[in-house]
Design a protein around this ligand. Sequence first.
Ligand code: ASP
Length: 619
Amino acid sequence: MSTTNPPPMLGEMRSHGAGTLRAADAGTEVRLAGWVARRRDHGGVIFLDLRDASGVVQVVCREGSVADAAHGLRDEFCVLVVGEVAARPPGNVNPDLPTGEVEVTASRVDVLSPAAALPFPVEGQAAETGEEARLRWRYLDLRRAGPAAALRTRATAVRALRRVMDDHGFVEVETPYLTRSTPEGARDFLVPVRLQPGHWYALPQSPQLFKQLLMVAGFERYYQIVRCFRDEDFRADRQPEFTQLDVELSFMGPEDVYRLGEALMARVWGDALGLEVATPFRRMTYAEAMTRYGSDKPDVRFGLELVDLSAFFAATGVGVFRAALDAGGHVGAVRMPGGAELTRKQLDGWIDWARGRGAKGLAYVAIDPDGSIGRSTVAKFFSDAEAAGFAEAAGAEPGDLVFIAAGPRTPTLELLGALRVVVARDRGLVPTGQEGPFEFLWVTDMPMFEPNDVGGWSAVHHPFTAPAPDWEEKFEQAPGEAVAQAYDLVCNGYEIASGSVRIHRADLQQRVFEVIGLGREEAESKFGFLLEAFRYGPPPHGGVAFGVDRICALLAGADSIREVIAFPKTSSGGDPLTGAPTPITAEQRAEAGIDARPAEPAPPPNLPGRETIPDERRS
Ligand code: ASP
């Protein structure tokens, strides 16, 4: 290959990528540039591992001036190497390295730029460097193969998403980041407006309202790979800004979304991991997911399904079970295979775990190797029939432990659902890593409303979500049971997409607002522009948003979405690299108008005297 006409990707300075050299290149003169990943001084000969974006190759510096130059090199110096590719002597081949059959005999080594003393060994394992340091020097962390590969996987995934959307006739449209509050139920990040002191933008929690406006505008198929901003309490794997593939379709039904989601995931998993994803995906109603798995995002890679013991204990004298059942609640169980051998201390640990989640407690029953009931917090209160039938009712084998929870139905199922996952992890039943299996599942028929902290109802998805046809006339009568035309896509216990058919009729929208306690005026002031748009022939529409960060974390085999974000925030919301967030100066504060009071309630910009929802729309 000629060194005068390098592939354009390499840049003018180079002839080859370090990681691309193979035995067939032996004898070729190359110009390489990259970083010193390692330097080994063997007396007269110095070996360098030269790393660039394509990989690593061994460089040998033997002769006078080259060896002298190599002496001065330190880890992570940026260097240019000119030399010839040589086959390694047979005993020196490194089968673990793609370039392991060759080395480059340097005739020239130039320092392009030196590196200061490193805060951590770049070639070391990412896991051995504390996260704070990794993020503080993220540009060094990203020189590592693993972290860099995670971002490359993300790029592959995003490209695949765009291709599928394009193939399906979706139009990519950008929507504003400086806007007003959007309805996803979190707190807004607010931005002061210097030119209108006392007035604030909100960063969008999602483009929900804009994508619905685009449906009114007749686009029919919209998508956007977009940042969303939600000011929520810090939790281990939450980022205040995150990325969605946001989608909206007109004249659609849920089946359109299911098919699209399946095409997207099949392409992404194929392109990023070379894996074939079986479609169509399984489906399960929310009600079934809660009953069997105690979760609206069940991990179905392993069994350990929850056992409903309410009927078995219908006549029980066990106090806690009796109280729960008399109050219309639930008694359920999770089996821990082989758990009968747990020590007292370990068992206490599990009870503490449940208490840590706010549960009053957790009962357990061990099944001895002979099948009889062993250690237990409750079995001494069992009737003879309960003692005789328990193992079978709980689906437990000799040597198993059965955890039992009792109380109001939903929280009890949720406790058991969470317990199921930690028990499965503890028993080594949950596969890890990139190889899969990846179990996709549509969870359908999600609830419309959930009780909120102030004794009313909140929309589970968002307030523009349509009720299921059966519930359209009566959701007010039993908001807690009403079913929405809303769906989630779940993979291995993570929600990776969520969406719904939307309401496009004013009367129905008004009734939903009433259930969630949103008065006509408040609705008008919050979403008036959308309601106004809905006066002009809105098409029936619906959509979905895919969580790009989580999808990429699954592809990368990473536990945390931070691994697939170039510059993530720590779990407490800070960025150790830039130091954001920072205090502001008094001047900035004054200039931004943070303390200014608006002269009068802000009129929506450029919308002269909009009417309230007219009566004819309420029909
Ligand atoms: N806007 C919704 C969300 O961010 C998704 C949707 O309904 O399309 O969760």
